[in-house]
Design a protein around this ligand. Structure first.
Ligand SMILES: [Fe+2]
Length: 278
């Protein structure tokens, strides 16, 4: 008898407006029978925590593949190493931008659907937490006046904006490198095919189109500050072997700072996006 076929999703809310803990065993998760239920719950809750599930790389890839279309890394391979150690990750320097609220893949025609992170090595307690904010819940809580005001607004997103947080006084050469990555104009409100709406903000949002620069900054800061208040956020304090998955189309995330020499190592897999930001 295949026990997994009878398995149903076991989960509990962590906070009212964001994050659930999934309590199924590794074997049940790998069976593939829970894929649809997990993705439904993810869309509702923004973040799913699988406490100390202890997936190997192969298991993480297999589990991710049960949830949707597996997204390979642009530079090849299935696993991306999230670490500040440049010997382990050639793009580690750019990861310092991840200490600020953002979503992944703003330049892609379809931003990735979800990311999954496994904790392989921890930084000292109190550092290297990962924070999430539910941008569906934040949008829903805006006043009708704000909703009407931002409905048609668009913002320019650029890598340069994310890097200026880390290097406020770049050399001209540094600036040109960021600039060469390009820019993307995205609406402030994502009208999802489900009918729900989420905010498209974060550190990549550089300037609202057709706005005075200071008015633009004021609105972007106000929306980010509103969306990342305690009510809409969850902070994950990692244990070894934890897997945390988030809906990249309806959340922002950031890491809290940690020492570059701590060896903190997370292995990430991703699901391909299935809707453009419209
Ligand atoms: Fe990220």
């Amino acid at each position: 008898m295949n026990v997994a076929q009878k398995t149903s999703l076991e989960a509990e809310d962590i906070k009212p407006k964001i994050a659930s803990r999934v309590l199924n065993s590794k074997e049940e998760l790998l069976s593939g029978h829970l894929g649809e239920a997990i993705m439904d719950l993810l869309e509702q809750r923004g973040v799913l925590v699988f406490p100390q599930v202890g997936f190997s790389d192969e298991e993480q890839v297999a589990f991710t593949s049960t949830l949707g279309t597996f997204a390979r890394e642009i530079r090849g391979g299935d696993i991306y190493k999230v670490t500040l150690d440049t010997a382990q990750n050639a793009t580690a320097d750019y990861l310092k931008g991840a200490f600020f609220w953002h979503f992944d893949g703003f330049m892609s025609p379809m931003p990735i659907r979800a990311s999954l992170l496994s904790a392989k090595k921890l930084s000292p307690p109190g550092t290297g937490n990962t924070m999430f904010a539910n941008t569906y819940a934040a949008y829903e809580a805006l006043s009708d006046e704000d909703k009407a005001h931002i409905e048609k607004l668009q913002a320019v997103h650029a890598l340069a904006a994310t890097q200026l947080d880390v290097y406020p006084e770049p050399t001209y050469e540094q600036w040109q490198t960021w600039r060469a990555v390009g820019r993307k104009e995205l609406p402030l409100v994502w009208n999802h095919k489900s009918g729900r709406k989420s905010l498209v903000i974060g550190n990549s949002a550089h300037q609202i189109l057709d706005y005075d620069p200071l008015d633009s900054e004021e609105l972007l800061i106000r929306l980010r500050d509103f969306a990342t208040q305690n009510e809409f956020t969850y902070t994950h304090e990692w244990s070894l072997g934890d897997l945390v998955m988030w809906d990249n189309t309806g959340t922002l995330h950031r890491a809290t700072p940690y020492p570059a020499d701590s060896g903190r190592m997370m292995h990430r897999t991703k699901l391909e996006g299935d809707e453009p930001i419209v």
